[in-house]
Design a protein around this ligand. Structure first.
Ligand code: GLU
Length: 486
């Protein structure tokens, strides 16, 4: 590879960041890190109708959350700015002027009604779709007349009518397109804004972008872009069209399959390091078997050669497994801090207030093994915050037991626990295991009843540790209420 590696992530601020776009950003970042190059953010906001207020910040926050820091971009600056396309309109207009001047572009005055009609007729004839190049060959006097009529034109690129264009894609190899099948696409809209086709070519050139990673949906537009580079006398960057992210049914992942926004995963309590690991493996692999990588390992190993051509399935179960793994890897301190941060950002309805760090440190080891996401924690510990547990007294009665036997067991446990000193998990275990034997019930039966009595839940964090945190008074009180309810 010659020259400096410069890659860019170029989101359009039209909504929440789709996991597919974020995967592109991750590949950009890893590639830049791997080659000691630059990672640049450019905001592509030329579609004024689809612009969503606040979407830029949301995009940038998603990158920050994942730890993808950038070298140049909005609110960072750099030598190639501005990094927001709506602030670069003069540049695009200048290039348009040059393209018209050199005979590679022309003004098109066709009304939208006419274009619709053309499209309908093409569809009827089942012919190729696209602009019929009506304004390409207008005479000078026709142009003058249209100009004077006050119609605001768009500017279109003159595609060559013969020959072919070959893209040497880093993922797909050589892909050849017949030029005559590519229409004279719009480069400058009537509102004075450029289209993607023009704007990104101009910016990638001026920003000295060496490699363009983008979704495979752009592949069919590549001949347009290559011809545009040629008309401008510019060297195109290398292209890598990345495979789509697919749902389980192998269709392209979209909203109808569930959450596609990276924000959803953040709000649900997935960890950024798990998300980064998971998304990188959607289309890239080291050796078809290694699954777990730190961010540094990914940057060390990343290469385009290992990007696959075929679509990658977004497997939520795998994500859950991976996230659970990352949660279990955390120290208790890290988990406690992560939980507190998470609840601060996304208050959980199950807990009335943000617990203290001490409390978070106590519950972290209790829940750690049971979490797939940070979001799973609050429902597991909500009973700590409830003055009255709500459960059906029948739930106290375990399989193979009756109400009477359950009451006897709970009474015996209550009696033993009342005298227990110190009141900790180990002493409880030493007391209650032999007790179940004395009562001639299974440990699971006695502990199951105690679990419901003290937490209101059938599935809860480990029993003795939980009772220790609840404390003697509250534990005895709950057991007494359970006895009374039977
Ligand atoms: N703004 C384009 C998009 O969001 C960027 C495509 C590209 O990376 O060139 O799809």
């Amino acid at each position: 590879m010659t020259g400096r590696v410069r890659v860019r992530y170029a989101p359009s601020p039209t909504g929440e960041p789709h996991v597919g776009n974020i995967r592109t950003a991750i590949f950009d970042w890893l590639f830049a890190k791997h080659h000691d190059g630059d990672f640049i953010i450019r905001i592509e906001d030329t579609d004024q109708n689809r612009k969503v207020e606040g979407a830029v910040e949301v995009q940038l926050n998603a990158l920050r959350w994942l730890g993808l820091d950038w070298d140049e971009g909005p609110n960072k600056g750099g030598d190639y700015g501005p990094y927001v396309q709506s602030e670069r309109l003069g540049t695009y207009q200048r290039v348009i002027g040059e393209l018209i001047e050199s005979g590679n572009a022309y003004r098109c005055y066709c009304s939208s009604e006419r274009l619709t009609k053309v499209r309908e007729e093409q569809a009827k004839r089942k012919g190729t779709l696209g602009y019929d190049r009506h304004c390409r060959d207008l005479t000078d006097s026709e142009r003058k007349e249209l100009h004077n009529s006050g119609v605001t034109p768009v500017v279109r690129f003159k595609m060559p009518l013969e020959g072919s264009t070959t893209l040497s894609d880093l993922v797909r190899g050589d892909v050849t397109f017949e030029n005559q099948l590519v229409d004279d696409f719009v480069m400058l809209k009537s509102d004075g804004y450029p289209t993607y086709h023009l704007a990104h070519v101009v910016d990638d050139h001026l920003m000295e972008i060496s490699h363009v990673f983008r979704g495979e949906d752009w592949l069919s537009s590549a001949p347009r872009h290559l011809q545009l580079y040629k008309a401008l006398g510019w060297e195109p960057p290398e292209f890598a069209h990345l495979p789509n992210i697919l749902a389980a049914d192998r269709s392209k992942l979209s909203k109808r399959h569930g959450a596609t926004s990276i924000l959803h995963y953040e709000e649900a309590g997935y960890l950024p390091q798990a998300m980064l690991n998971f998304l990188t493996l959607l289309g890239w692999s080291l050796d078809d078997k290694t699954e777990l990588f730190t961010q540094d390992e990914l940057a060390n190993h990343f290469s385009i050669e290992r990007v696959s051509r075929s679509g990658a399935i977004f497997n939520t179960e795998k994500l859950d497994w991976m996230n659970g793994h990352y949660i279990r890897e955390m120290s208790h301190e890290e988990l406690a801090d992560a939980l507190i941060e998470f609840w601060k950002r996304y208050p959980a309805p199950e807990i009335p207030s943000i617990p203290s760090r001490d409390f978070a440190l106590q519950i972290a080891p209790l829940v750690q093994e049971r979490l797939k996401t940070l979001g799973d924690a609050a429902p597991l510990i909500s009973f700590f915050f409830q003055d009255e547990l709500s459960y059906d007294s029948e739930e106290l009665v375990q399989k193979g037991m009756d109400a009477n036997g359950t009451r006897v067991g709970l009474q015996a446990a209550h009696g033993g626990l009342a005298d227990l000193e110190p009141f900790n998990a180990q002493s409880m275990e030493d007391l209650l295991r032999p007790l179940s034997k004395d009562l001639n019930v299974k440990v699971g039966q006695l502990f199951g009843s105690l679990r419901v009595a003290t937490t209101g839940l059938r599935v809860a964090p480990p029993l003795f540790e939980t009772m220790e945190i609840l404390g003697k008074e509250r534990t005895l009180d709950s057991i007494q209420k359970a006895i009374d309810s039977l």
